[in-house]
Design a binder for this molecule. Structure first.
Ligand SMILES: [Zn+2]
Length: 251
């Protein structure tokens, strides 16, 4: 069984296509997803996907790109969802300095509020961080130390990787980068312990695709490449990553 540690299936929008996509994935033994919401507007759809598909682990939150438009009741709504769904996690949330139009104070405020709620419910969170590692790590240390999280599409320095691991973080590498691993990515994959590593697509973003078959081929290639870097057979690596994902959500 393959798993995708960061995906936005709800953004396929069209229900018939979502069904076609999930059927094709399941037929190809891709059965486990960390399905991340982006704004309160897509929380109901993420909840529906979680109720419809057994291997779909829902994450509820506000992406830093949308930190400037939280709904007035989002924190209460998030608490209600976490209370209702014991298997649900928080996110995606974090900081993104590449988005200059989204005020950094707003981003920090919303991120901190996510961390407070994640800690309150002892739930892991999906972390988005672009060019903001010092602030991100400081906020986690201050607000939710020791809480499990998944650093999605990780592409930080080796020093940041060490800090993420020391904080108890899990590290998810993106299929897009694994399709063409560069000199920075390979050592990061190699240095991430086998009990902390995950693989993701961020589908339908990051990579070009037109059919579910493209998605399946992208995810499989990513697993094979990462397994090669780790010096493992693909089957060994796939099994290890599945264990990592189960450990992460049971924290
Ligand atoms: Zn995402």
């Amino acid at each position: 069984m393959l798993q995708d540690a960061h995906i936005h299936i709800q953004d396929l929008k069209n229900n018939a296509f979502i069904e076609e996509f999930m059927d094709a994935a399941s037929y190809n033994a891709i059965d486990r997803f960390f399905g991340c919401a982006i704004t309160p507007a897509d929380w109901p759809m993420v909840m529906t996907l979680a109720s419809r598909y057994k291997g779909f682990v829902p994450f509820f939150g506000i992406h830093p790109w949308f930190s400037d438009m939280p709904t007035p009741s989002w924190e209460n709504d998030l608490r209600a969802l976490l209370e209702k769904l014991p298997g649900a996690c928080v996110g995606e949330t974090g900081l993104d300095k590449s988005r200059k139009n989204i005020d950094m104070d707003d981003q920090k405020d919303i991120f901190r509020r996510h961390l407070v709620i994640a800690r309150e419910f002892s739930r892991p969170f999906a972390l988005h961080c672009v060019r903001a590692w010092p602030d991100t790590l400081a906020l986690i240390k201050e607000t939710a130390p020791g809480l499990a999280f998944c650093a999605h599409s990780f592409y930080g320095t080796p020093e940041v990787l060490s800090e993420v691991l020391a904080l108890g973080g899990y590290v998810s590498f993106s299929a897009k980068q694994l399709l063409k691993p560069d000199d920075l990515l390979e050592p990061l994959v190699a240095a991430t312990p086998i009990d902390r590593i995950l693989i993701e697509t961020d589908f339908p973003y990051q990579t070009k695709w037109t059919t579910p078959a493209d998605y399946i081929s992208i995810l499989r290639t990513a697993y094979a490449t990462a397994a090669g870097i780790k010096g493992l057979l693909p089957e060994q690596f796939i099994e290890a990553v599945l264990n990592v994902s189960q450990t992460l959500v049971s924290k």
